[in-house]
Design a protein around this ligand. Structure first.
Ligand code: NAD
Length: 501
């Protein structure tokens, strides 16, 4: 707030920081210590209008910049990101809480999309048909949309913006990014990096804030598309609101990811992977495993192995070499401990309790230790709800078929994995499971940048997944041109519908 010495994280518009005039701010905290470290500016409708206006003004010049020059900016941005990964990883750890190596890993996965977007000249090539009709040629082009809005969640402050931004920019659009208000520092850092890479002012802009900022983007006439990532209720709201305004929308929602373990699997390797995928980033990943489905009689042995590994994890400040950091806010911490209470009350067996963890950290951070529940049934809240914390549930089922039914009944369909050495079972699973991204002995099957990322059912509204060829399509519009160079043979009057000859 005014009068304090805390850093203020402003908007970024037309190549410079922009304070806006709303007078509204939110706290940014260091989750490992609980200290408020900065204030982030919350936009008013007028502020949002100015930022969108800056993007709209810059768009025509960028659209008409040659592909060669656009791609040179992408290559420079890729080099800078690669060199300065540690800088932004430190910002992410300080605002989100995930451990430094995990933050650096997030930057790597975002960088893959930048590398993919460096190949945009090939991806934007259209088709050409000579002599489609006598003396008539047909060709197709893809053109940018204009100003595009990207709204991102707290859990990947740089990777999720990078799922969309490089492709949108490479294709010739102007971007307005609304990052999460919980950890907005990486977006402002990225804005400066784009500028250093030579991107013209106004092509990448940051709009900070809460629902006011989101609604201003959704309703703005000059914003042509919305790429949203966040929880399912907000994804649905964003999809319905923005499509009603005639915008193109891809809205990625929440998740509840299952890991199916068949009796023939190597249970040590499966236990390793369950722990990695359940507790990495304190479970604050949309591709985290939250339910391990143990098939047949392997439940006791698998639980013992997961327990042994879970108890060895070190929870603490992500800058101190811990395996797992804190949750993002005190509110998130209370939410997760509330679910642990509820799981116990509902009769699940609490095998490892993270509520009484002693973290390696100073101050009063938002820690919950890794938590393991056994004998979880599908009616319990710890199974039905997306907890988004370090809580792993073991659900025991009799057969492979029971497991598939359970997963297919779930309203979410983001990611899932099967652990088995039986190729036939794995092949059958990939065919009949109703989920968008599937791992075979891979617990977090996040597709490479040249494939597309997206779930099914309540994990995605709209039909276009993020990045890959689908991303290029999302950020461009197709046009088909039919042409001929008139000569006397084309003369004469004929009011009939044009037909090929
Ligand atoms: P969130 O839905 O609370 O917030 C996402 C964005 O929406 C933020 O920018 C936020 O400011 C904005 N927002 C929040 N409340 C709003 C409201 N009432 N009206 C309009 N805008 C609003 O999500 P989060 O807590 O930041 O992120 C975690 C969620 O994101 C989890 O559900 C997770 O599964 C999901 N997620 C999904 C994917 C995916 O690829 N499917 C990836 C990452 C995260």
């Amino acid at each position: 707030m005014a009068g304090t010495t805390k850093q203020t994280i402003n908007h970024w518009a037309a190549g410079a920081e922009f304070a806006g005039t709303s007078g509204r701010f939110g706290d940014v905290t260091d989750p490992a210590t609980g200290a408020v470290t900065a204030q982030v500016t919350y936009a008013s409708v007028e502020d949002a209008d100015q930022i969108v206006g800056a993007a709209a003004k810059a768009f025509p010049g960028w659209r008409d910049t040659s592909l060669t020059k656009r791609v040179q900016v992408l290559f420079r941005f890729r080099e800078l990101l690669n060199e300065r990964r540690d800088e932004v990883a430190a910002i992410i750890t300080a605002e989100h809480g995930k451990v430094l190596s995990d933050a650096a890993g997030e930057v790597n996965r975002g960088q893959e999309v930048v590398e993919f977007a460096c190949g945009i000249p090939h991806l934007l090539k259209g088709g050409f048909t000579e002599n489609a009709s006598t003396g008539v040629d047909v060709h197709s082009v893809r053109q940018p949309l204009g100003v595009v809005g990207i709204i991102s969640p707290f859990n990947f402050p740089i990777m999720v913006p990078l799922w969309f931004t490089p492709i949108a920019i490479a294709a010739g659009n102007a971007v307005v990014l609304k990052p999460s208000e919980k950890d907005p520092g990486a977006a402002l850092w990225m804005a400066k990096l784009w500028q250093e890479a030579g991107l013209p002012d106004g092509i990448f802009n940051v709009l900070n804030g809460d629902k006011v900022a989101v609604d201003a983007l959704l309703g703005h006439d000059q914003v042509k598309s919305i790429s949203f990532v966040g929880s399912t209720p907000i994804a649905k709201y964003v999809y319905e609101t923005a499509t009603a305004k005639g915008k193109r929308v891809q809205a990625l929602g929440g998740a509840k990811n299952h890991m199916l373990v068949l009796p023939d699997a190597d249970l040590d390797l499966a236990a390793d992977q369950a722990v990695n995928a359940g507790y990495g980033s304190a479970g604050e990943r949309c591709m985290a495993i939250s339910a391990v489905v143990a098939v047949g009689g392997i439940g006791d042995e698998l639980v013992d192995k997961i327990k042994e590994r879970t108890e060895k994890l070190r929870t603490g400040d992500g800058r101190r070499g811990a395996d797992m950091g804190p949750l993002v806010t005190q509110q998130a911490r209370e939410r997760v401990t509330g679910y642990i209470d509820a799981g116990q009350q509902a009769g699940a067996t609490l095998v490892v309790d993270g509520r009484d963890v002693t973290p390696d950290a100073d101050g009063s951070g938002f820690f919950v230790g890794p938590t393991l529940f056994d004998h979880v049934s599908p009616d319990m809240a710890i199974y039905t709800d997306e907890i988004f914390g370090p809580v792993l549930s073991i659900v025991r089922v009799e057969s492979y078929q029971d497991a598939v039914e359970l997963i297919n009944k779930n309203p979410y369909g983001n990611g899932t994995a099967i652990f088995t050495n039986d190729g036939g079972a794995a092949r059958r699973f990939q065919n009949e499971i109703e989920v968008g991204m599937i791992g075979i002995n891979v617990p977090i099957p996040v597709p490479m940048a040249y494939y597309s990322f997206g779930g099914w059912k309540s994990s995605l509204f709209g039909d276009t997944h993020a990045h890959g060829v689908e991303g290029v399509h999302f950020f461009t519009r197709g046009k088909v041109i039919t042409s001929r160079w008139l000569d006397p043979s084309h003369g004469g009057i004929n009011l009939g519908f044009p037909q090929n000859a």
